[in-house]
Design a protein around this ligand. Sequence first.
Ligand SMILES: [Zn+2]
Length: 396
Amino acid sequence: MTSPAQTPSALVWQDDSLDYDFGPAHPLKPIRVELTVSLIRACGLTDAEGVTTLPLEPFADDDVLRRHDERYVEAVKRASSDPHAGASLRFGLGVGDNPTFAGMHEASLRVCGASVAAAKAVWEGWVSHAFNPAGGLHHAMADRASGFCIYNDPALAIDWLLRHGATRVAYVDVDTHHGDGVQKMFYDDPRVLTISLHETGEALFPGTGFAHEIGEGDARGTSLNVSLEPTTPGEVWLEAFDAVVSQALDAFGPQVLVTQLGCDTHATDSLAHLMLTTDDYVGIAQRLRRLAHDHAQGRWVATGGGGYQIASVVPRAWAIYFAELAGLSLPAELPGDWRREAEEAASRFDMPAPPQQFLEGSVDLRQDRLEELRGQARQSVEKLKQHAFGLLEGHA
Ligand SMILES: [Zn+2]
């Protein structure tokens, strides 16, 4: 039995939403989203009173052109209809991270349509919170693909909100990689506050996200970056989050909170080096929920993001976020039927199988190493405050 949701909430999902697929050898596998939705359902969250499952909003070329250059969109469309001829170094297509595939334009539009559906449901008041697990493609640039991201769905969802009456939007990005594409698209826009906590660009793609990146023109002070050293554990990550985000939202006064919930911060993630656990995701989820209610009129639009342990981490992480978003509780153990499905998928892709439990405790670090990492995180927060907080308070 599931109790009624404390907060009217939506999961944006269609069963045909899995065609954003760079192929079986690529780390961003759609199965991670499929297993997430399957786990959310297996835990009864979508059956709870007050929780709805929403379809995508239609999303067309004109919509994507609001934030992406015409020549880039034309290049994506060429690659989409002819993946072999469509590779282009200039547009980041077909090289390394972003292989071309048939139908990539349409699949990318659908990811955007799902994030816009979440934004619309929240902004029009149908629900207070909404989650698109397939979204969070935060590296896409106006004029090129980057880091597995073709079109920037969080930026396009923010754009939708701005077009429909929002005048102050806060974007919080907890992926292990800097949310560079979203930051760049609103770097000179004082209506959008972007906050990203991530592994330092000195160690990790995309190599940006430092304290001195604070926005430009009228928007100086509305771009905030906390960069953290490799192996930073959850308790230090959460301390940095607490030192920055609430104060920043309080100063900015958003009408809606948009979040990118990448879970490639996990200690076992194969692409990065932070050391968070699923217990830390409970902490982050609780904080984001509280922030949405204390500082953003209760409105919370959430997207997925990175996370490459397709069976052992991503579904648990995002089920934890969705449960918190709806104000529902999860069982301690992962449902048996779901585990069998996830084990089968894990073995198909030669990936780690899921554990039995949602939670796993915290990572053990030597005390001196922990103190060193804590000191570095505090320095990063201090630098950010020196560079940006005075300017941000001027936007209040
Ligand atoms: Zn990432």
